[in-house]
Design a protein around this ligand. Structure first.
Ligand SMILES: Nc1ncnc2c1ncn2[C@@H]1O[C@H](COP(=O)(O)OP(=O)(O)OP(=O)(O)O)[C@@H](O)[C@H]1O
Length: 920
């Protein structure tokens, strides 16, 4: 086998010109050839017949007459010959005519090569060399083994790897140099034996000495042991002279033909090989010589041709032909390769190693590809699993949120239902709700109170409460012209069912509340808070201005002065304070559980029902005295929660009110005598007073911060009607009242001296009656003195309120604060004679009479009041076109506020009692 890529290499062609032998010298055969240098040889024959031939020849090496064989070997054969040691086939040819010195040169080169090879082997002990020598002779196209010692012709065999081989050729393994010399000697002898018989001086056969060298490393090499196997052939060709020149015939001719055949074929092959691919078919098989030397001629071998020639002119033609052959030969390119012979054991090892390497590569490829693909798949799977996990978490979260939301919705629905149910119960117990509904449905279509109010009531009309109340057979529907009677009818109906179980229980609760209050309230603090100094500061105009500025101008009035000018004559301005609706200073505030509040409110409702029943009796008397109802306009806000009304105060009433107070007192007294429920009402009033006292103390600090400016502002805001309607009005009545009440107490001392003070005060009249009665209760202790149980009778309390209202009306105060501010801006408060009223009075007449009373009491009596209050002059001189009295309007508006603020039943009842009481 060959390894390594060999490149094309020209046949090394050398020319050796032997010296003239003795014979040639004897014949004086002129030497025409001259070796001008070691590569060029020229012919000095100037004969005209030689003129067509070139005279100068250049070859790889040109050896002259005196060139020793050693030099010829060294320069023209050694390199090629020693290639065999490297595993490259090589061939050394000697070509020339007979007696030109071929054998002489070739025998010398072979010896030198063999010598060098042996020297090399000796130098390279690490390698093991195997030298096999064989020698054949080709005579007349017959191959003969020179080492066999016989004349048997050998056949040529075609081997796929080795090419043409000589069958049964003896390859003698050289033991040493001597052995080689013996063999060479044998070969020479055998060749001479044959040639002697033919030509003593000339060889007629081709001799091929083959030395095959196999070399391998002696030590183990991981690369694997390899054997270099190459052959070096030393070919001594027969003389190339032409047969004609031999002058032979018969057997000689035949010999010559066979010699020439091999030589002619060799020439043809060389010529063709010199032409390269253009040379066409190479006729190796045309002669045994060319078949045996096929690899050496243009194949896997390095070749060196040494052309020998005689310098004698007599051989000039033969010398020229030799040079022509040499010229062609130097054009032939061979492709020599290293012949690596691998032993079976080494080959097995090498194959095993190669197999293992390839298996590893396959495993690596598979593992790498599978690992990369597997890793990608694993990562993708992991990512998807993470996404799925996240989605599952999100689903859980969403489900949880959904459940929570559903739970909240259910809770809200349940709470709403409970609240609605409680309200329904409350409204069913309190006919004032229906009163409101009736008022909204029938009264407001004729009363222009501004857009916000309309919207508010539209909302009420669509509420389910109204539907429920309408369907409730217990609650009768009232006429807007006789609200009083409707109220009292309800009281009568409800009171019958609730009156019996209400009395003692409510009384006990009230006492409990008072006791608790005594333990908690810091009386000193309450007294300090309620001092006149602080009240004056708070209620001053500067305070209102500052506060309103600080509140970012959130004030929205229901009816502005400009609007009032174009509004209906009976338009009133209602002013509330937001904080009053936000607070709920009742006893029930301490009870955190809504259930307790509901129970308490229900109790109060039952109480109210009983109160209504009691009022129904008194109302009958009021109907007989309608002229006093006009003064209820002032009474609205004068609910004397905690007010101290005693006989001493009553004695200090103004003279013009004395008569009315007396009549009222007597009327109440008659009611007590004629109706057993009057005592129950008294108890309720007492209970309310106690509660109010307690709440006043509890919420003193808050009251300081929540005074009438914000109250007025918030209530004037349209949004308030839609957002704050559910708040209890108790806080309006209780928490606000206290400080302003003391403020009024303070201002009441100068009531008559400063008639125009209300221009600068918005909360002026509510409890003026307290001061007008002579006493100025400025602390909680004084409030306790107002207990009708210990000091004043209820008749006296009501009489005090009447006196307060009377005083207020005389003072012509245009504003009523404490939750309701009434400005009788109607220009036509024309009055009718109040003394013409009686029980058979029609509604219109009743209203006119009420209006008359109101105007009569409201219009200042003093002559300079017109200048002070120009709007009141307008009231006194204007046209009173409305068929409703101011009192009823005020009453309606208060009732409106009940609905808007969800005023508890107890306070509504309280208002109602005050209306009635004032009438009395
Ligand atoms: N270069 C040389 N120097 C001295 N003598 C030489 C040289 N060449 C050849 N001879 C002599 O020439 C004679 C013939 O030489 P040689 O036998 O080698 O010729 P040849 O070409 O081999 O002929 P053949 O073809 O018939 O065998 C020999 O006696 C040899 O000694």
């Amino acid at each position: 086998m060959t390894s390594g890529g060999g490149k094309g290499e020209k046949i090394l062609v050398s020319v050796r010109v032997r010296p003239r032998n003795d014979k040639e010298k004897t014949r004086n055969d002129i030497c025409d050839w001259e070796c001008v240098n070691n590569t060029t040889i020229i012919c000095n024959n100037n004969l005209p017949e030689r003129s067509l031939f070139p005279s100068t020849y250049t070859f790889d090496k040109v050896f002259g007459f005196d060139s020793p064989t050693k030099q010829v070997y060294e320069d023209g054969a050694k390199e090629v010959a020693l290639c065999v040691l490297e595993g490259i086939n090589s061939s050394i040819f000697a070509y020339g005519q007979t007696s030109s010195g071929k054998t002489y040169t070739m025998s010398g080169i072979t010896k030198f090569a063999m010598n060098d090879i042996f020297c090399y082997i000796q130098k390279h002990k690490e390698r093991e060399f195997t030298l096999k020598f064989s020698a054949i002779e080709i005579y007349n196209e017959a191959v003969r083994d020179l080492l066999s010692g016989d004349n048997n012709q050998l056949r040529l065999l075609d081997d796929p790897e080795r090419g043409t081989v000589v069958e049964k050729l003896i390859e003698e393994t050289l033991r040493d140099r001597t052995h080689l010399e013996e063999l060479l000697s044998i070969c020479e002898t055998q060749r001479k034996i044959g040639e002697t018989s033919l030509n003593e001086t000339s060889s007629r056969s081709h001799q091929i000495l083959r030395l095959t060298i196999e070399s391998s490393r002696r030590e183990f090499s991981p690369e694997g042991s390899s054997t270099l196997a190459a052959s070096v052939c030393f070919v001594d060709l027969a003389g190339s002279e032409r047969a004609s020149q031999t002058l032979s015939a018969g057997a000689r001719l035949k010999e010559g033909c066979h010699i020439n055949r091999s030589l002619l074929t060799l020439g043809t092959v060389i010529r063709k090989l010199s032409k390269g691919r253009n040379g066409g078919h190479i006729p190796y098989r045309d002669s045994k010589l060319t078949r045996i030397l096929q690899n050496s001629l243009g194949g896997n071998a390095r070749t060196a041709i040494i052309c020998t020639m005689s310098p004698a002119r007599s051989h000039v033609e033969q010398s020229r032909n030799t040079l022509l052959f040499a010229t062609c030969a130097k054009e032939v390119t061979t492709n020599a390769q290293v012949n690596l012979v691998v032993s079976e054991k080494a080959l097995v090892k090498q194959l095993q190693q190669e197999l293992a390497r390839m298996e590893n590569e396959l495993k690596n490829i598979g593992s790498s590809s599978s690992s990369s693909a597997g890793s990608d798949f694993y990562l993708l799977l992991k990512q998807k699993e993470e996404v799925i996990s996240q989605m599952e978490e999100q689903m859980k979260e969403l489900k949880w949120q959904r459940d929570v939301a559903q739970s909240r919705v259910e809770t809200l629905l349940k709470a709403t239902a409970e609240e609605r149910s409680s309200r329904m119960d409350e409204h069913s117990m309190l006919s004032s709700v229906d009163f409101d509904a009736d008022l909204r449905r029938r009264s407001y279509d004729s009363i222009d109170i501004g857009e916000p109010k309309k919207m508010n009531f539209e909302l009420f009309e669509n509420s389910e409460e109204d539907d429920f109340l309408v369907e409730d057979n217990i609650i009768p529907q009232f006429s807007r012209y006789n609200l009083y009677n409707g109220w009292e009818e309800i009281v009568q109906k409800v009171e019958g069912a609730c009156m019996e179980s209400e009395g003692e229980q409510s009384r006990v609760e009230a006492e409990t509340v008072v006791e608790s209050h005594d333990d908690i309230v810091d009386k000193k603090a309450v007294s300090e808070v309620l001092s006149p100094r602080k009240v004056e500061t708070i209620s001053s105009p500067e305070y209102y201005m500052d506060t309103e500025k600080a509140e970012n101008e959130e004030v929205e009035e229901i009816s502005t002065p400009e609007e009032d000018e174009n509004a209906e004559p009976e338009t009133y301005e209602l002013t509330f304070k937001k904080s009053d609706f936000e607070m709920r200073p009742s006893v029930e505030v301490q009870e955190t559980q809504s259930v307790k509040e509901e129970e308490h409110e229900k109790k109060e409702e039952r109480k109210t029902s009983s109160s209504k029943q009691a009022e129904q009796h008194s109302n009958k008397e009021e109907d007989s005295q309608p002229e006093e109802q006009s003064e209820e306009t002032v009474k609205v806000d004068l609910i004397p929660v905690g007010a101290k009304l005693n006989e001493e105060k009553c004695d200090k009433k103004l003279p013009q009110d004395a008569d009315k107070d007396y009549r009222s007192e007597s009327s109440v007294t008659d009611a007590v005598e004629n109706n057993t429920t009057y005592e129950a009402l008294k108890e309720k009033v007492k209970e309310m007073q106690r509660k109010i006292e307690y709440l006043m103390s509890m919420h003193t600090s808050e009251q300081q911060q929540q005074l009438s400016p914000s109250f007025r502002r918030d209530y004037k805001s349209p949004e308030f009607f839609t957002t704050k309607r559910s708040r209890s009005c108790r806080e309006n009545l209780l928490c606000v009242r206290s400080p302003l009440w003391f403020d009024n107490l303070e201002t009441s001392n100068n009531l008559n001296a400063s008639p125009g003070r209300h221009m600068n005060k918005t909360c002026s009249i509510s409890f003026d009656s307290g001061s007008s009665m002579g006493s100025t209760p400025t602390d909680a202790e004084s409030l306790k003195d107002c207990d009708p149980e210990t000091g004043n009778s209820f008749q006296e309390f009501v009489a005090g309120l009447q006196e307060m209202a009377r005083q207020h009306s005389l003072d012509s105060t245009p504003e009523i604060d404490y939750g309701i501010e009434i400005k009788p801006e109607s220009p036509g408060n024309q009055v009718s004679d109040p003394h013409n009223r009686n029980e058979e009075t029609t509604n219109d007449q009743f209203e006119r009479e009420q209006a008359h009373d109101l105007v009569e009491n409201a219009v200042p009596k003093e002559t300079d009041s017109t200048e002070t209050y120009p709007e009141k002059t307008q009231v006194a001189t204007g046209q009173y076109s409305s068929k409703f009295s101011d009192f009823e309007r005020q009453q309606r508006q208060i009732i409106e506020l009940w609905a808007v603020c969800s005023v508890p039943l107890v306070h509504r009842t309280y208002f109602f009692l005050l209306f009635k009481g004032y009438k009395r």
